[in-house]
Design a binder for this molecule. Structure first.
Ligand SMILES: [Zn+2]
Length: 272
């Protein structure tokens, strides 16, 4: 698109038949998504619709170029349902190969189609694109599989809608002159499992043994196991209150005795 905010397409190649001028007074309420079931450029689909009683407002080529074939203000014949045609914008997306390859669509075309949905929703005040609400699908109105992989449950629908919603937020922010909201970081279930496993492994493999070692050291120093339950060591002797000495108490007592012995020794050397 040349301009998403004003809905100016890359190319305009208007149908001269197989559409209805105006919308009989109806407002645009939704977009209807189609796939070509064909590999077609703007010129080629124009040829097809000139010979068949059908049309849509926009054609998205495989290279992402978007063409306008019916003005938004007019009624295109795309949903095989006059009520819906008068109240919707028809968006056609080209396939990049045929039935033998199960009608693939390029990433570029899916992306541009998503952005076009967003731009139409914003331009006509239809709100943020929501599948089944302001974003509808051909098969809802007619006995067809169209838009096939682009429809809910199809392999391209999630990518189409994700880009439509992301781009809607970006375009709306641009229109309002506010910064675009940043996508939230999300933790997937498998990531959460991995983090929980990492923490569990860390505790059982590293923190647990350190805690156990610390308790061993305390037990060897004090003879006690839990805080306030320091039994000390009977083989180190007892303090003045009759309690067993701890290793630290015993070493302190030993230092006092050693100092006394040394003083005694020095005095003896001096005297002799
Ligand atoms: Zn269709």
């Amino acid at each position: 698109m040349k301009n998403w905010l004003t809905l100016e397409p890359d190319r305009v190649k208007l149908m001269n038949k197989h559409y209805t001028p105006g919308r009989a007074g109806n407002k645009i309420e939704c977009v209807v998504v189609h796939h070509n079931a064909g590999v077609l450029t703007i010129d080629q689909i124009w040829d097809v619709w000139q010979t068949r009683q059908a049309s849509a407002h926009y054609q998205v080529q495989s290279d992402g170029v978007i063409g306008q074939l019916v003005w938004d203000a007019d009624t295109a014949w795309h949903a095989a349902n006059q009520y819906t045609n008068q109240r919707s914008i028809g968006i056609e997306v080209s396939n990049s190969a045929g039935a033998s390859q199960d009608w693939p669509i390029t990433d570029t075309a899916i992306c541009e189609a998503g952005r076009l949905i967003a731009a139409v929703c914003l331009h006509y005040n239809l709100g943020r694109p929501v599948s089944g609400d302001n974003v509808r699908y051909h098969r809802e109105f007619y006995g067809t599989s169209c838009p096939y992989h682009l429809a809910p449950g199809g392999k391209y629908n999630a990518a189409l809608m994700a880009e439509a919603q992301r781009f809607y937020d970006e375009l709306k922010a641009k229109k309002n002159g506010t910064p675009a909201p940043q996508p939230k970081e999300e933790i997937t279930v498998s990531e959460a499992d991995r983090i929980i496993r990492h923490i569990t492994d860390y505790i059982s493999g590293f923190v647990g043994p350190i805690g156990s070692d610390t308790k061993d050291v305390r037990q060897q120093l004090t003879g006690g196991r839990d805080a306030g339950d320091y039994r000390g060591w009977p083989q180190l002797g007892k303090d003045s209150q009759g309690r067993n000495l701890t290793v630290v108490d015993a070493i302190a007592a030993l230092r006092v005795e050693l100092a006394e012995f040394r003083a005694e020794f020095d005095k003896h050397v001096e005297e002799n």
